[in-house]
Design a protein around this ligand. Structure first.
Ligand code: CA2
Length: 153
């Protein structure tokens, strides 16, 4: 009997307030909802032969726990840490400890915004960072992740 390998799992993690996407501040973040982003990621992953576990939390501790749980379970992490990008050494430490490829995504170009958004602690753990391309950045991140996993294989 032939067996088909299950597709590599990519955790797509979203930080605080991203549940408001499409519902508030459309001039900044667009009108796409987080459910739409999940759909976009699911369709993109399907084409790329990846599986996704798409989640959002407002809690820093929960995000850290989810990152820890990726070890031995996921092949890579795509993360929009939202406000915790600019504040969380705990999240950085968790990401560094996973030893997994990490792609950091921001919907907006954080370098064109407030000075305090220009620095991301998370970037130190990131293989790559995508910002300013809207929610399309998530699809691009999954595409880059597929290439990274392919080249590591
Ligand atoms: O551009 C991004 O993706 C950010 O990660 C979004 C964060 C912000 O703190 C980062 O500096 C950049 C904010 C997420 C909040 O998203 C909302 C969406 C709609 C309405 C209100 C908040």
């Amino acid at each position: 009997m032939s067996q088909t390998a299950s597709p590599p799992l990519i955790a797509v993690l979203n930080g605080p307030n991203l549940n408001m996407l499409g519902l508030r501040q459309p001039h900044l973040y667009g009108s796409t909802t987080l459910d739409d982003v999940e759909q976009l990621c699911a369709e993109t992953a399907d084409v790329l032969g990846l599986a996704i576990d798409f989640r959002q939390t407002n809690g820093e501790g929960e995000l850290v726990t989810w990152v820890q749980e990726c070890r031995g379970r996921a092949a890579g992490i795509v993360i929009n840490p939202a406000g915790y990008s600019h504040t969380s050494v705990a999240l950085l430490d968790a990401l560094l400890a996973t030893d997994l490829p990490v792609i950091e995504v921001h919907i907006t170009n954080i370098h064109r915004r407030d000075e305090f958004r220009h620095h991301s602690f998370v970037s130190k753990a990131a293989t790559g960072v995508i910002c300013g391309l809207g929610v399309r950045g998530y699809a691009l991140a999954l595409q880059a992740m597929a290439e990274i996993l392919e080249s590591d294989a």
